[in-house]
Design a binder for this molecule. Structure first.
Ligand SMILES: NC(=O)c1ccc[n+]([C@@H]2O[C@H](COP(=O)([O-])OP(=O)(O)OC[C@H]3O[C@@H](n4cnc5c(N)ncnc54)[C@H](O)[C@@H]3O)[C@@H](O)[C@H]2O)c1
Length: 245
């Protein structure tokens, strides 16, 4: 078990990559604090408990600073520590620059950028106190490549690479590593809504000739959260079948 007795907080854990990560971490021995907006989180955690895993669900939006602080305090009281933070929650609201509304811009920044800031700022003092921490956030390979119709999303995912480098510098002296992952096309609800034609074209740009699955990304989070990555900090791990340019 690669995460035995580690306490991991995973945001956006009820679906897709976050769900695969919650399940993988729990089965690797972690005690899991799972956050999401949807009550589905309860079912996920109940199923894990039946397997003997230790997990709690908290219905929290990462955009709500006060709710984030309260939930972190409650979870910290429950488990006594928080070793790993997975800033996984993210949304898309795609539109070309000429058509994007202020609301679409604000909504995506609130979850993907301010949400990551809120969670990291709430958990980092606990990690500092315990002189141990692993912080891993979801960027995307579009941060490196750009993507048509994703001004708001790409802005947030590029910022995550920058914040990761800053936080790796600032928090390293407290034995906290800070990294991010940059997935390419992964089969989840987020990508399910893409037009079929675009999905088909995307395969041609991937040297491995296929999309990835949530477990492919969960494996990346797991590596960076594990002791095997204890000397890795400030990096962005691309998981995209070779597509990033
Ligand atoms: N799927 C891909 O191809 C892909 C590629 C690159 C990066 N990513 C990133 O990986 C992460 C996970 O993506 P996914 O495809 O699994 O998405 P998904 O839409 O399948 O799941 C996202 C989860 O986050 C939750 N969520 C949304 N807003 C939230 C909020 N404010 N607070 C708490 N939870 C919230 C949703 O309820 C959902 O359960 C995202 O950050 C995404 O940007 C995904």
């Amino acid at each position: 078990m690669r995460l035995k007795d580690k306490v991991a907080l995973i945001t956006g854990g009820a679906n897709g990559i976050g769900l695969a990560t919650t399940q993988r971490f729990a089965r690797e021995g972690a005690k899991v604090i799972m956050w999401d907006l949807t009550d589905q989180g309860n079912e996920v955690v109940e199923a894990l408990k039946k397997e003997g895993c230790d997990a709690i669900f908290q219905k929290v939006s990462v955009t709500d600073e006060e709710a984030v602080l309260n939930a972190v305090e409650e979870a910290h009281k429950h488990f006594g520590r928080i070793d790993i933070l997975i800033n996984n929650a993210g949304i898309t609201k795609d539109r070309t620059l000429l058509k994007m509304s202020r609301q679409e811009w604000d909504d995506v920044l609130a979850v993907n950028l301010t949400g990551v800031f809120n969670c990291t700022q709430a958990v980092a003092p606990i990690m500092k106190e315990q002189n141990y921490g692993r912080i891993i956030s979801a960027s995307s390979n579009v941060a490196i490549r750009g993507n048509f119709g994703q001004t708001n999303y790409v802005a947030t995912k590029t910022a995550i690479i920058g914040m990761t480098k800053v936080w790796a510098m600032e928090l390293g002296k407290f034995n906290i590593t800070v990294n991010c992952i940059a997935p390419g096309f992964i089969y989840t609800a987020m990508t399910d809504k893409m037009p079929e034609e675009v999905k088909k074209q995307s395969i041609a740009q991937i040297p491995l000739g296929k999309w990835g699955y949530p477990d492919d990304v969960a494996n990346g989070y797991l590596y960076l959260a594990s002791d095997e990555a204890s000397f890795v900090s400030g990096v962005c791990l691309t998981i995209d079948g070779g597509a990033a340019r």
